[in-house]
Structures are given as C-alpha cells and as structure tokens.
Design a protein around this ligand. Structure first.
Ligand code: NAD
Length: 259
C-alpha cells in the first residue's frame, strides 16, 4: 500500500517507534530509522519486515539538536528522494515534583518531545507541498489530553505537541498533507519499564504487581496497548481512508481519557 513512499520515524530503535517503523515497512514504505542504542539490530529487524522494493537506512541525529535534525532530514531526502511520511516519535520522560525537577531535564523534554517535531515538520513540509502529499504523525500521549502529577514537563510538551498538530493541520488543510496526533496510554516499552521498576523498588513489590497497579490506576481495560496496534493505526492514517482526518488527537488508551 505504501510502495514508493518514504517514512522517517524518529526514535525508532526501540519501543513504539520501532513498532511503527515495522508496520510501515511491512506495507512497502522505505524507512529511515533514528534513535540511540542498537541501531544495527533495529535496522536488521526492519529490513526483515520489508516487502517489495523497500529499503531501510539509519541516521543517528540527536533530536535535541536542530542542526542534527536538519542533517537527518537532508540525508533522508538524499537517500530516498523524499520524506512522505514523517513520524515524530522520539521522546523521554522524567518523573519528579516541580520543585525537585532538574531544569536541564525540563529543557531536554521540551526539546526532544516537542521542539524536534517543529524542526522536522518545517524541514519536511516544502517537499511534501511540492508533491501535494504527506502524512505527519505526532506520537503524543494521553498526557497531551490530561495530566498526571510529577510529569509536568512531559505533560506540557505533549499538550504542546497536540496544539502544534492542530495548527499544522489547519495550515495544510487545503493540501494533500495531513497532520495528526496519536495519544497512547500505557504501552509496555523501555520508557514505561523504568517506571514499573521504580514503583516496584519503592513499594517493595514485584514488577508484575507494579504493572497491575499502574494499569489499575489509569487504564480501565487493564491491558497495555502494543506497538503493533499503534503501527496498524499509523498505516490506516497513511491510507486513503486518512485523506480527510486532520488535526485529531486520537487516543489509544484502554478508556483512560473516557473516565
Ligand atoms: P522508548 O524509550 O522505548 O523509545 C524512545 C526512542 O526515542 C528510542 O529509540 C530512543 O533512542 C529515542 N530517543 C530518545 N532520546 C532521543 C534523542 N535525543 N534523539 C533521538 N532519539 C532519541 O520509549 P517509547 O515508550 O517507545 O516512547 C516513544 C514515544 O511514545 C515517546 O514520544 C513517548 O512519549 C510516547 N508515548 C509512550 C507511551 C508508553 O506508554 N510507552 C505512552 C504514550 C506516549
């Protein structure tokens, strides 16, 4: 379905980003991966999922650094000729009360979880406009719609990302370029595993019990969403069914925000 299209997925060496990259690759897209950690393993996994003539590449840009973001977008365009599908997924978390929140962590979260999406979008849009087709998927969070305590920077960045998505959608409303946010609740990735481990250590409980408690507090389905499910939603939004889906913040949260 996405044969001939190129997807740039930030933060795709693990977790949700890798799930999205795999789904796009399975549907025929070329994929430019990004992120820290084991890039070769991610590249091999995505290459194995590729269908048809799809190809995979990797760029190690740090999403907190605008000059590196620019180099990554240029590299994707040089390698594949375009960025047709832009997935702004890279993100980090820090959990602390505001008065204890390290200023450096605040700045990093705003840069990686919010400002990087502005930079990738502004750099990818001219090419998308020249082809009059594009899909920009911003991986926000239920924390782009509601708040939790001790997550002020993350909640601010994700609310900002949802607002940015709406503004961008309006600017492109009469074009073939759509901008939408996906807002997951709990997904069991390394980012959430850290929170599970911290809760288990703090309360002296097992990791399984900590997982049960996390879900019971917020996610009525009592099930984690999977990266594969988010990948299928991303592919749907890239299909013709998504042509007129514009500026939405689509929660995939087991009922979290319905409460
Ligand atoms: P993860 O830690 O598994 O993956 C994060 C990815 O971002 C990794 O590839 C990492 O290398 C990359 N990354 C981190 N800092 C980077 C930087 N400076 N430059 C480039 N890449 C960087 O986390 P995840 O849970 O898969 O999270 C992915 C996105 O989904 C994040 O934006 C997160 O906020 C969002 N999200 C996650 C959940 C969840 O429950 N896991 C829920 C809602 C939203």
């Amino acid at each position: 379905m996405l044969k001939g299209k190129t997807a740039l997925v930030t933060g795709s060496t693990s977790g949700i980003g890798l799930g999205l990259a795999l789904a796009l690759a399975k549907n025929g897209a070329n994929v430019m991966l990004n992120g820290f950690g084991d890039a070769d393993a991610a590249k091999a996994e995505v290459a194995a999922a590729m269908t048809g003539s799809g190809r995979v590449a990797y760029h190690g840009a740090d999403m907190s650094k605008p000059a590196e973001i620019e180099a990554m977008v240029m590299a994707c365009q040089a390698e594949f000729g375009a960025v047709d599908i832009l997935v702004n997924n890279a993100g980090i978390q820090h959990v602390a009360n505001i008065e204890d929140f390290p200023a450096e962590r605040w700045d990093a979260i705003i840069a990686i979880n919010l400002s990087s999406a502005f930079h990738t979008t502004r750099l990818a849009l001219p090419g998308m406009k020249s082809r009059n087709w594009g899909r920009v998927l911003n991986i926000a969070s239920v924390h782009g719609l509601v708040a939790s305590a001790q997550k002020s920077a993350y909640v601010a960045a994700k609310h900002g990302l949802v607002g940015f998505t709406k503004s961008a959608a309006l600017e492109c409303a009469a074009t073939g370029i759509t901008h939408n946010a996906i807002c997951p609740g709990w997904v069991l990735t390394p980012l959430v595993q850290k929170q599970v481990d911290a809760r288990a250590a703090q309360a002296g409980i097992t990791a399984d019990e900590a997982k049960r408690q996390l879900l019971a507090e917020k996610q009525p389905s009592l099930q984690f969403t999977t990266p594969e499910q988010l990948g299928e939603l991303a592919v749907f939004m890239c299909s013709t069914a998504g042509d007129n889906i514009r500026g939405v913040a689509w929660n995939v949260d087991g009922g979290w925000v319905a409460q």
